[in-house]
Write a protein that binds this ligand. Structure first.
Ligand code: DGT
Ligand code: CA
Ligand code: CA
Ligand code: ZN
Length: 613
């Protein structure tokens, strides 16, 4: 999270607490507006902290707000926020985070029913007393219950994009410890799941005695759950403030397990602790069928003497254990990428066939060649300052070029996305001209004029066809009405996909991890219609979205669809989310040729042009 984003979050919190406390409406609004202003600034406001005049020159920032920005930049805190927070029970802030519960309702619950925490709220729901409160009918209580359940469910697992940078930071630190020969993360994180339960770190070291102690002293550790020579567990702060130890107290925290592994057993341990559990079971079954035993200590010959003692405790030498490659090879399997170790048929496909007299002529390599970050050569969903992006057209194109792309498509929001600065038809016409003009300023990359057009609740698009036809590319995305019934949602998306001018269905369900479930259309119908109309389904790479999700991607591949992996760029750093999109694609078995972003410029442009003839 950038300085501006952190600051915006503080202002938003001030506004919320002020409203909760029933303070002056004017103060509430001033802080809410400041939050929006700060978030929308392209320049890092901490660089203006020494210049109050420059700050107050920004529309929406008055002298009092400016003082708070300066305070936050110099001390990392805002005294007023701390004072306000001291006036509300800490548990009440959690109640305020329940989606759909506004400050007014929370204030009422607090004053009239003494609700000071999620537990209190749950209690008055369970005993039914909530129904005696003003504006609390069966329906609204049912809604609150749903939101609470979703929030509680979500809070247990950490987003990939928060966990991954933290795990990389931990591994980086662990590698610096004396005696460390190898360190890596395993578990669901290595498999690239969209959310993870805990972070599993493995380390091989000649200084085993020191590891537990060093691990529990890492910055960011808030609680030591256990500490020993072989295994330690801690809770660490985790925040979306990437590439720093989770210094923000508002991070929800995550369990991190560290296991010490003998170097000569590294591969077997990585395999075991990467999982998934279901995949491991398939692998062990295969070993057993071949008269072998596979454990976290290695692949062993099966002594078959009925002794239940695990092989490594009996001094049996493993057939393979040092690297994953050796273990796969000893099992006569192709190496299986971590992302697809989910027991979805990968072990059978990895079996060597067609080599040593195996049956079938399907050759030795039957696992798909999974897409990689380096295959991606274009970005087709990006915003500029014309709507809610932070870069100009030229800056965006320059950044895309720097990252080696041959094509960047400018897709600002359409008119109905008013909060995101969506463009009126007139402004879009001007914007198209500006995009064309920018081609002179940035050469060596193709800059296409597109739009991220809202799919309205009934499935119609937010601009007239005549205007859409002037765009090189149309990404159609749902942004509002995201709790529609599945049947309605299916019809809505099908209508948009069937529109002859649409190329890509953007973030198809609109879900936000841990925040909202999004649409739940009949995905099989979506795949079929997308294939029939040659529309690519987006895998939105932002780690808060990852939409399509992995299972949908797999379904789309099986149905023969195309996908598009896009960063939905608003800020230069958003390009860095590409890897999460690619990992999600890999989990869905995407091969490069099925992803339009891997295509050569000529092939991509021809595909886009087909819908403009
Ligand atoms: P998570 O943390 O819930 O997102 O998911 P994982 O897959 O990281 O699960 P975790 O942390 O409980 O364990 C890491 C890996 O260790 C898991 O993927 C497979 C392996 N593992 C753990 N417990 C068992 C088990 O009881 N049986 C088998 N076969 N493998 C296990
Ligand atoms: Ca785990
Ligand atoms: Ca674990
Ligand atoms: Zn969007």
């Amino acid at each position: 999270m950038s300085f501006n984003d952190r600051l915006a979050e503080r202002f938003e919190r001030i506004a919320k607490i002020l409203e909760l406390l029933g303070e002056d409406k004017f103060r509430v609004n001033a802080h809410a507006r400041a939050a929006r202003t700060v978030e929308g600034q392209a320049a890092d406001l901490s660089t203006l902290a020494g210049d109050k005049k420059a700050l107050t020159a920004i529309e929406g920032i008055g002298p009092k707000i400016a003082d708070k920005i300066i305070e936050f930049a110099t001390s990392g805190k805002i005294t007023e926020l701390e004072e306000l927070e001291a006036r509300v029970p800490p548990g009440l802030m959690r109640v305020m985070e329940i989606p759909g519960l506004g400050p007014k309702t929370v204030a009422m619950l607090w004053q009239q029913a003494r609700v000071e925490s999620l537990e209190d709220l749950k209690r008055i729901i369970d005993d039914g007393s909530i129904l005696t409160l003003p504006r609390m009918g069966e329906k609204s209580v049912e809604k609150i219950k749903k939101s609470m359940a979703f929030a509680a469910e979500g809070n247990k697992r950490l987003e990939l994009g928060v966990a991954m940078p933290l795990a990389e930071l931990i591994v980086y630190e662990v590698q610096k410890w004396p005696g460390v020969e190898r360190a890596a993360f395993a578990g669901s994180l290595r498999r690239g799941k969209d959310t993870i339960g805990d972070i599993d770190i493995l380390v091989a070291t000649s200084d085993m005695a020191g590891t537990g102690e060093r691990f529990t002293k890492l910055p960011g550790v808030v609680e030591v759950l256990s500490s020993g020579e072989g295994k330690s567990s801690v809770r660490m702060r985790a925040s979306a403030d990437l590439n720093r130890w989770g210094a923000d107290a508002d991070g929800q925290g995550v369990q991190v397990d560290l296991r010490v592994i003998p170097l000569d057993r590294w591969g077997a341990a990585m395999m075991y602790f990467t999982g998934s559990k279901e995949h491991n079971i398939r692998m062990r079954e295969r070993a057993l069928r071949r008269g072998q035993t596979l454990t976290e200590w290695g692949l062993f010959p099966n002594p078959d003497d009925g002794d239940p003692t695990p092989p490594h405790k009996r001094g049996i030498k493993p057939i393979a254990a040092a690297t994953e490659g050796e273990v796969f090879a000893a099992l006569e399997l192709e190496e299986i990428a971590p992302e697809i170790r989910e027991d979805r048929g990968e072990v059978d496909l990895a079996e060597h066939k067609g080599e040593k007299g195996g049956k079938g002529g399907d050759g030795p390599h039957r696992l798909p060649r999974l897409i990689e970050v380096k295959d991606i050569r274009s970005e087709l969903h990006a915003h500029t300052t014309a709507s809610d992006g932070k870069m100009s057209i030229v800056e965006l194109a320059g950044e895309a070029k720097r990252r080696g792309f041959h094509t960047i498509t400018v897709t600002d929001h359409s008119k109905s996305s008013a909060v995101a600065g969506g463009l009126s038809p007139e402004r879009l016409v001007e914007h198209i001209e500006a995009i064309h003009a920018a081609r002179k300023d940035v050469t060596g990359i193709t800059i296409l004029a597109g739009s991220e057009v809202d799919i309205l609740a009934d499935g119609s698009l937010d601009y007239e066809d005549a205007l859409l036809r002037r765009l090189d590319l149309v990404v159609a995305s749902p942004h509002a009405s995201l709790s529609q019934e599945p049947v309605v949602a299916t019809e809505r998306l099908v209508r948009a996909i069937s529109h002859p001018l649409v190329h890509i269905l953007g973030h198809p369900t609109g879900r936000l991890l841990n925040r909202r479930p999004g649409l739940e259309p009949d995905m099989r119908e979506i795949y079929a219609v997308a294939k029939a109309h040659d529309v690519a389904l987006e895998i939105n790479a932002h780690w808060m979205r990852l939409d399509l999700r992995d299972t949908h991607v797999k379904g789309a591949m099986e149905a023969g669809c195309l996908v598009s992996i896009d960063c939905d760029v608003h800020d230069p750093r958003d390009f860095d989310n590409l890897r999460y999109g690619v990992v999600t694609a890999r989990r869905g078995w995407v091969t490069p040729e099925r992803c339009v972003n891997t295509w050569d410029a000529a092939v991509l442009h021809e595909w886009l042009g087909k819908k403009r003839q």
